[in-house]
Design a protein around this ligand. Sequence first.
Ligand SMILES: Nc1ncnc2c1ncn2[C@@H]1O[C@H](COP(=O)(O)OP(=O)(O)OP(=O)(O)O)[C@@H](O)[C@H]1O
Ligand SMILES: [Mg+2]
Length: 210
Amino acid sequence: MKVISVASKKGGVGKSTTAVTLSAHLAGRGKTLLVDADEELRSAWHWTTKKAGYDGWGFDVQLYSAFIDQDNPGEGYDYVVLDTKGGEGRDELAALSRNSSLLIIPTKPDGVSSDGLVATLEPLLEKGIANYRVLLADVPPAPNSDGMDMRMELDNAGIPLFHHSIRHAVAVSKAAREGICVRDVKGDRYAKLVWMDYELISREVISHVK
Ligand SMILES: Nc1ncnc2c1ncn2[C@@H]1O[C@H](COP(=O)(O)OP(=O)(O)OP(=O)(O)O)[C@@H](O)[C@H]1O
Ligand SMILES: [Mg+2]
């Protein structure tokens, strides 16, 4: 069983979007469980359970309280994807990384300095923790260069990054509203493109955890 956790100090950076969409990809490769550990918002849970009769997910979903209540949480699954609440500090990130095969830290390139993120992640680097990757998500299209600029800043600071980024696509929030996978959003070609972005990320994830 490989545990893949999605976390960040900042809120609203694409954690739940990443956990849900990545789970849909991993489900094509192995038995997958999505665990919603943000019991206050339950975004991943609501997104994946709201549309009655929809069978486009391919994975199971549990709330963290139910997951942790079992004798052997995650038993029988190849991949367990954990969506966490925002605001995890350095120590929590370090603890999560120890208990996971891979820790994914999404961030939006908001045009401001990435110093805050670097400061949060430096202790992981100092402690020699290497099983995490920063994911640039919701990246605006060219000619905007925020995504490239932030990639270069983080790279220069020695922060490990996924090679691919996730583009900005309104189809993502439409999918969440409708309770479907972004792959199934109709009439928006960016839906397929952002789904393919996550396909590339899922390949990187698999190569990190195998
Ligand atoms: N690639 C994307 N393109 C466009 N919008 C996106 C993208 N990724 C995320 N968003 C939007 O950004 C907002 C925050 O995303 P999401 O809920 O996944 O973040 P989060 O980190 O889980 O937030 P929270 O900290 O509240 O749990 C949502 O409205 C979501 O639809
Ligand atoms: Mg969330």
